[in-house]
Design a protein around this ligand. Structure first.
Ligand SMILES: C[S@@+](CC[C@H](N)C(=O)[O-])C[C@H]1O[C@@H](n2cnc3c(N)ncnc32)[C@H](O)[C@@H]1O
Length: 292
Protein backbone atom coordinates (compact mmCIF):
# COMPACT_ATOMS: atom_id res chain seq x y z
CA UNK A 1 0.00 0.00 0.00
CA UNK A 2 1.22 3.49 -0.78
CA UNK A 3 0.87 5.99 1.97
CA UNK A 4 2.49 9.18 3.03
CA UNK A 5 2.58 12.89 3.24
CA UNK A 6 3.22 15.25 0.40
CA UNK A 7 2.90 18.98 0.75
CA UNK A 8 0.07 19.63 3.15
CA UNK A 9 -1.99 16.54 2.38
CA UNK A 10 -1.87 13.14 4.00
CA UNK A 11 -2.96 10.29 1.86
CA UNK A 12 -3.28 6.59 1.73
CA UNK A 13 -4.27 4.31 -1.12
CA UNK A 14 -7.12 2.95 0.96
CA UNK A 15 -8.58 6.45 0.87
CA UNK A 16 -9.15 6.30 -2.84
CA UNK A 17 -12.56 4.79 -2.39
CA UNK A 18 -13.19 6.86 0.69
CA UNK A 19 -12.79 3.71 2.77
CA UNK A 20 -9.73 3.72 4.92
CA UNK A 21 -8.09 5.81 7.58
CA UNK A 22 -5.29 8.25 6.82
CA UNK A 23 -1.88 6.75 7.44
CA UNK A 24 1.04 9.04 8.03
CA UNK A 25 4.44 7.72 7.13
CA UNK A 26 7.74 8.67 5.55
CA UNK A 27 6.49 9.89 2.19
CA UNK A 28 7.95 8.19 -0.84
CA UNK A 29 6.81 9.46 -4.22
CA UNK A 30 4.73 6.83 -6.09
CA UNK A 31 6.96 4.72 -8.32
CA UNK A 32 5.36 6.08 -11.49
CA UNK A 33 6.22 9.63 -10.47
CA UNK A 34 9.37 10.73 -12.24
CA UNK A 35 10.53 13.48 -9.94
CA UNK A 36 13.73 14.13 -11.89
CA UNK A 37 11.90 15.66 -14.85
CA UNK A 38 9.99 18.92 -14.37
CA UNK A 39 6.25 18.49 -14.76
CA UNK A 40 3.78 21.27 -15.65
CA UNK A 41 1.41 20.41 -12.78
CA UNK A 42 4.17 20.72 -10.20
CA UNK A 43 5.70 23.82 -11.80
CA UNK A 44 2.24 25.41 -11.73
CA UNK A 45 1.89 24.39 -8.09
CA UNK A 46 5.20 26.15 -7.39
CA UNK A 47 4.02 29.34 -9.13
CA UNK A 48 0.90 29.23 -6.95
CA UNK A 49 3.00 28.92 -3.78
CA UNK A 50 2.18 25.23 -3.20
CA UNK A 51 4.47 22.62 -1.68
CA UNK A 52 3.78 19.73 -4.02
CA UNK A 53 6.82 20.07 -6.22
CA UNK A 54 10.33 18.70 -6.42
CA UNK A 55 13.76 20.29 -7.03
CA UNK A 56 13.57 19.70 -10.81
CA UNK A 57 10.16 21.44 -10.92
CA UNK A 58 11.36 24.37 -8.84
CA UNK A 59 14.53 24.79 -10.89
CA UNK A 60 12.58 24.87 -14.18
CA UNK A 61 9.92 27.18 -12.69
CA UNK A 62 12.58 29.59 -11.45
CA UNK A 63 14.02 29.73 -14.97
CA UNK A 64 10.57 30.60 -16.33
CA UNK A 65 10.28 33.29 -13.64
CA UNK A 66 13.65 34.68 -14.73
CA UNK A 67 12.31 34.96 -18.30
CA UNK A 68 8.84 36.10 -17.21
CA UNK A 69 9.11 37.75 -13.78
CA UNK A 70 5.32 37.85 -13.31
CA UNK A 71 4.77 34.13 -13.93
CA UNK A 72 3.46 33.64 -10.38
CA UNK A 73 0.88 36.39 -10.83
CA UNK A 74 -0.01 34.79 -14.18
CA UNK A 75 -0.79 31.45 -12.51
CA UNK A 76 -3.01 33.20 -9.96
CA UNK A 77 -4.79 35.16 -12.69
CA UNK A 78 -5.43 31.90 -14.53
CA UNK A 79 -6.93 30.25 -11.42
CA UNK A 80 -9.14 33.31 -10.91
CA UNK A 81 -10.39 33.04 -14.50
CA UNK A 82 -11.21 29.39 -13.81
CA UNK A 83 -13.28 30.43 -10.79
CA UNK A 84 -15.20 33.12 -12.67
CA UNK A 85 -15.88 30.73 -15.53
CA UNK A 86 -17.18 28.00 -13.20
CA UNK A 87 -19.53 30.51 -11.56
CA UNK A 88 -20.63 31.66 -15.02
CA UNK A 89 -21.41 28.04 -15.95
CA UNK A 90 -23.48 27.58 -12.80
CA UNK A 91 -25.31 30.81 -13.67
CA UNK A 92 -26.14 29.24 -17.04
CA UNK A 93 -27.73 26.30 -15.23
CA UNK A 94 -24.84 23.89 -15.79
CA UNK A 95 -24.28 21.44 -12.91
CA UNK A 96 -21.77 19.03 -14.48
CA UNK A 97 -18.06 19.74 -14.92
CA UNK A 98 -15.49 17.75 -16.88
CA UNK A 99 -12.18 19.32 -15.89
CA UNK A 100 -9.33 17.92 -18.01
CA UNK A 101 -5.85 18.95 -16.86
CA UNK A 102 -7.08 19.61 -13.34
CA UNK A 103 -3.78 20.46 -11.71
CA UNK A 104 -3.06 19.85 -8.04
CA UNK A 105 -6.31 20.80 -6.30
CA UNK A 106 -5.68 23.94 -4.29
CA UNK A 107 -7.60 27.01 -3.31
CA UNK A 108 -9.94 28.01 -6.10
CA UNK A 109 -10.14 24.61 -7.79
CA UNK A 110 -13.11 23.69 -9.97
CA UNK A 111 -14.77 21.51 -7.33
CA UNK A 112 -14.32 24.06 -4.58
CA UNK A 113 -15.88 26.88 -6.60
CA UNK A 114 -18.62 24.72 -8.13
CA UNK A 115 -19.71 23.21 -4.81
CA UNK A 116 -19.70 26.60 -3.10
CA UNK A 117 -22.25 27.97 -5.55
CA UNK A 118 -24.00 24.71 -6.48
CA UNK A 119 -23.64 21.98 -3.81
CA UNK A 120 -25.30 19.45 -6.12
CA UNK A 121 -22.73 19.97 -8.91
CA UNK A 122 -20.91 16.88 -10.19
CA UNK A 123 -17.25 17.23 -11.05
CA UNK A 124 -14.96 14.84 -12.91
CA UNK A 125 -11.26 15.57 -12.66
CA UNK A 126 -8.96 14.17 -15.35
CA UNK A 127 -5.19 14.47 -15.30
CA UNK A 128 -2.22 12.45 -16.46
CA UNK A 129 0.07 13.30 -13.52
CA UNK A 130 0.04 10.75 -10.67
CA UNK A 131 0.67 13.42 -8.04
CA UNK A 132 -2.44 15.32 -9.14
CA UNK A 133 -4.49 12.15 -8.87
CA UNK A 134 -3.12 11.33 -5.45
CA UNK A 135 -4.12 14.71 -4.11
CA UNK A 136 -7.47 14.80 -5.84
CA UNK A 137 -8.33 11.35 -4.50
CA UNK A 138 -7.30 12.28 -0.99
CA UNK A 139 -9.63 15.28 -1.16
CA UNK A 140 -12.31 13.04 -2.57
CA UNK A 141 -12.01 10.69 0.38
CA UNK A 142 -12.28 13.55 2.83
CA UNK A 143 -14.90 15.92 1.50
CA UNK A 144 -16.17 15.25 -1.93
CA UNK A 145 -17.36 11.65 -2.10
CA UNK A 146 -20.46 11.34 -4.25
CA UNK A 147 -19.91 14.62 -6.05
CA UNK A 148 -16.45 14.32 -7.54
CA UNK A 149 -14.63 11.61 -9.48
CA UNK A 150 -11.01 11.44 -10.46
CA UNK A 151 -9.79 9.78 -13.66
CA UNK A 152 -6.23 9.03 -14.63
CA UNK A 153 -6.33 9.70 -18.36
CA UNK A 154 -4.65 11.71 -21.05
CA UNK A 155 -6.25 14.54 -22.98
CA UNK A 156 -4.64 13.13 -26.12
CA UNK A 157 -6.87 10.06 -25.81
CA UNK A 158 -10.42 11.48 -25.77
CA UNK A 159 -11.97 8.06 -26.45
CA UNK A 160 -10.47 6.71 -23.24
CA UNK A 161 -11.85 9.69 -21.30
CA UNK A 162 -15.33 9.48 -22.83
CA UNK A 163 -15.46 5.69 -22.49
CA UNK A 164 -14.25 5.60 -18.89
CA UNK A 165 -16.87 3.94 -16.65
CA UNK A 166 -16.07 6.54 -13.97
CA UNK A 167 -17.11 9.34 -16.29
CA UNK A 168 -20.27 7.56 -17.36
CA UNK A 169 -21.20 6.98 -13.75
CA UNK A 170 -20.62 10.59 -12.72
CA UNK A 171 -21.88 12.59 -15.68
CA UNK A 172 -24.98 12.43 -17.85
CA UNK A 173 -23.70 13.44 -21.27
CA UNK A 174 -27.25 13.89 -22.55
CA UNK A 175 -27.41 16.98 -20.32
CA UNK A 176 -25.20 20.12 -20.41
CA UNK A 177 -21.62 19.77 -19.22
CA UNK A 178 -18.94 22.42 -18.79
CA UNK A 179 -15.86 21.02 -20.50
CA UNK A 180 -12.85 22.70 -18.93
CA UNK A 181 -9.57 22.86 -20.80
CA UNK A 182 -7.91 25.49 -18.66
CA UNK A 183 -4.17 25.96 -19.21
CA UNK A 184 -3.77 22.45 -20.57
CA UNK A 185 -4.14 22.50 -24.37
CA UNK A 186 -0.85 24.31 -24.75
CA UNK A 187 0.77 21.05 -23.62
CA UNK A 188 -0.64 19.21 -26.66
CA UNK A 189 1.06 19.60 -30.01
CA UNK A 190 -0.78 19.89 -33.32
CA UNK A 191 0.78 16.63 -34.48
CA UNK A 192 -0.57 14.90 -31.36
CA UNK A 193 -4.07 15.76 -32.56
CA UNK A 194 -4.89 18.85 -30.48
CA UNK A 195 -7.64 20.05 -32.85
CA UNK A 196 -9.14 16.58 -33.40
CA UNK A 197 -9.15 15.87 -29.66
CA UNK A 198 -11.09 19.02 -28.83
CA UNK A 199 -13.49 18.42 -31.73
CA UNK A 200 -14.18 14.90 -30.44
CA UNK A 201 -14.90 16.22 -26.95
CA UNK A 202 -17.13 19.02 -28.29
CA UNK A 203 -19.10 16.48 -30.33
CA UNK A 204 -19.77 14.37 -27.24
CA UNK A 205 -21.51 17.26 -25.45
CA UNK A 206 -25.23 18.05 -25.38
CA UNK A 207 -26.65 21.43 -26.45
CA UNK A 208 -26.34 23.97 -23.65
CA UNK A 209 -22.85 22.66 -22.80
CA UNK A 210 -19.93 25.03 -22.40
CA UNK A 211 -16.29 24.95 -23.39
CA UNK A 212 -14.15 26.86 -20.88
CA UNK A 213 -10.64 27.35 -22.18
CA UNK A 214 -7.46 29.27 -21.47
CA UNK A 215 -4.33 28.91 -23.56
CA UNK A 216 -0.79 30.33 -23.59
CA UNK A 217 0.16 32.60 -26.46
CA UNK A 218 3.21 34.41 -27.73
CA UNK A 219 0.97 37.37 -28.68
CA UNK A 220 1.57 39.19 -25.39
CA UNK A 221 5.24 38.23 -24.87
CA UNK A 222 8.51 39.45 -26.24
CA UNK A 223 9.98 37.04 -28.79
CA UNK A 224 12.84 36.44 -26.37
CA UNK A 225 10.60 35.53 -23.42
CA UNK A 226 8.52 33.25 -25.65
CA UNK A 227 11.63 31.46 -26.95
CA UNK A 228 13.10 31.09 -23.45
CA UNK A 229 9.87 29.80 -21.87
CA UNK A 230 9.33 27.33 -24.69
CA UNK A 231 12.92 26.16 -24.38
CA UNK A 232 12.56 25.49 -20.63
CA UNK A 233 9.35 23.50 -21.09
CA UNK A 234 10.91 21.49 -23.92
CA UNK A 235 12.91 19.72 -21.17
CA UNK A 236 9.78 19.09 -19.08
CA UNK A 237 7.46 16.12 -19.42
CA UNK A 238 5.25 18.10 -21.83
CA UNK A 239 6.57 20.75 -24.21
CA UNK A 240 4.77 24.10 -24.32
CA UNK A 241 2.97 25.06 -27.53
CA UNK A 242 2.15 28.77 -27.63
CA UNK A 243 -0.60 29.54 -30.16
CA UNK A 244 -1.83 32.71 -31.85
CA UNK A 245 -5.36 34.03 -31.34
CA UNK A 246 -6.91 32.50 -34.46
CA UNK A 247 -5.46 29.07 -33.64
CA UNK A 248 -6.95 29.25 -30.15
CA UNK A 249 -10.30 30.41 -31.51
CA UNK A 250 -10.48 27.35 -33.76
CA UNK A 251 -10.65 25.09 -30.69
CA UNK A 252 -14.16 26.44 -30.05
CA UNK A 253 -15.43 25.14 -33.41
CA UNK A 254 -19.01 26.28 -33.97
CA UNK A 255 -19.67 26.96 -30.27
CA UNK A 256 -20.81 30.54 -29.66
CA UNK A 257 -18.42 32.65 -27.60
CA UNK A 258 -20.00 34.36 -24.59
CA UNK A 259 -19.15 37.99 -23.87
CA UNK A 260 -16.55 39.39 -24.13
CA UNK A 261 -15.36 36.75 -26.64
CA UNK A 262 -11.81 35.42 -26.79
CA UNK A 263 -9.66 37.93 -24.90
CA UNK A 264 -6.43 38.21 -22.99
CA UNK A 265 -7.06 36.11 -19.89
CA UNK A 266 -7.56 38.75 -17.16
CA UNK A 267 -10.04 40.61 -19.39
CA UNK A 268 -12.59 37.76 -19.35
CA UNK A 269 -15.43 39.21 -17.27
CA UNK A 270 -13.15 40.79 -14.64
CA UNK A 271 -14.78 41.51 -11.28
CA UNK A 272 -12.20 43.72 -9.67
CA UNK A 273 -9.55 46.16 -10.74
CA UNK A 274 -6.81 44.24 -12.51
CA UNK A 275 -3.57 43.78 -10.57
CA UNK A 276 -0.61 45.87 -11.54
CA UNK A 277 1.54 44.17 -14.18
CA UNK A 278 -1.29 41.95 -15.48
CA UNK A 279 -0.48 42.66 -19.13
CA UNK A 280 2.92 40.96 -18.92
CA UNK A 281 1.86 38.38 -16.34
CA UNK A 282 -0.84 36.72 -18.40
CA UNK A 283 0.34 35.85 -21.90
CA UNK A 284 -2.75 33.76 -22.55
CA UNK A 285 -6.18 33.87 -24.16
CA UNK A 286 -9.38 32.87 -22.41
CA UNK A 287 -12.92 32.29 -23.56
CA UNK A 288 -16.13 30.48 -22.71
CA UNK A 289 -18.43 29.28 -25.49
CA UNK A 290 -21.80 27.57 -25.57
CA UNK A 291 -23.04 24.75 -27.77
CA UNK A 292 -26.36 25.77 -29.30
C1 LIG B 1 -0.93 24.48 -15.74
S1 LIG B 1 -1.80 23.17 -14.99
C2 LIG B 1 -3.47 23.81 -15.06
C3 LIG B 1 -4.31 23.35 -13.90
C4 LIG B 1 -5.75 23.88 -13.88
N1 LIG B 1 -6.46 23.50 -15.08
C5 LIG B 1 -5.78 25.38 -13.73
O1 LIG B 1 -5.86 26.05 -14.77
O2 LIG B 1 -5.69 25.88 -12.62
C6 LIG B 1 -1.86 21.97 -16.33
C7 LIG B 1 -2.38 20.61 -15.91
O3 LIG B 1 -2.61 19.83 -17.09
C8 LIG B 1 -2.12 18.52 -16.88
N2 LIG B 1 -1.79 17.95 -18.19
C9 LIG B 1 -0.82 18.33 -19.05
N3 LIG B 1 -0.86 17.58 -20.16
C10 LIG B 1 -1.90 16.72 -20.01
C11 LIG B 1 -2.47 15.69 -20.81
N4 LIG B 1 -1.95 15.39 -22.02
N5 LIG B 1 -3.53 14.99 -20.35
C12 LIG B 1 -4.06 15.27 -19.12
N6 LIG B 1 -3.57 16.25 -18.32
C13 LIG B 1 -2.51 16.95 -18.75
C14 LIG B 1 -0.93 18.71 -15.99
O4 LIG B 1 -0.61 17.50 -15.29
C15 LIG B 1 -1.40 19.80 -15.06
O5 LIG B 1 -2.06 19.26 -13.96
Amino acid sequence: MLSGHCGDLMWDEAMVGGAGPVTVGEWQPPAELNTGVPHPARMYDYYLGGKDNFPADREAAEKVIAAMPDARLGARINREFLGRAVEFAVGQGVRQFLDIGTGIPAVGSTGEVAHRVAPDARVVYVDNDPIVLTHARALLAHHLAGHTSVLHADLRDPEAILGDPGLKEALDLSRPVALMLVAVLHFVRDEEGAAETVARLRDALAPGSLLILSHGTQDFMTAQAAAETTRIYSRASSPLVLRAKEQVREFFGDFELADPGLVQLPLWQPRAELPQGWQGAAPAYAGVAIKR
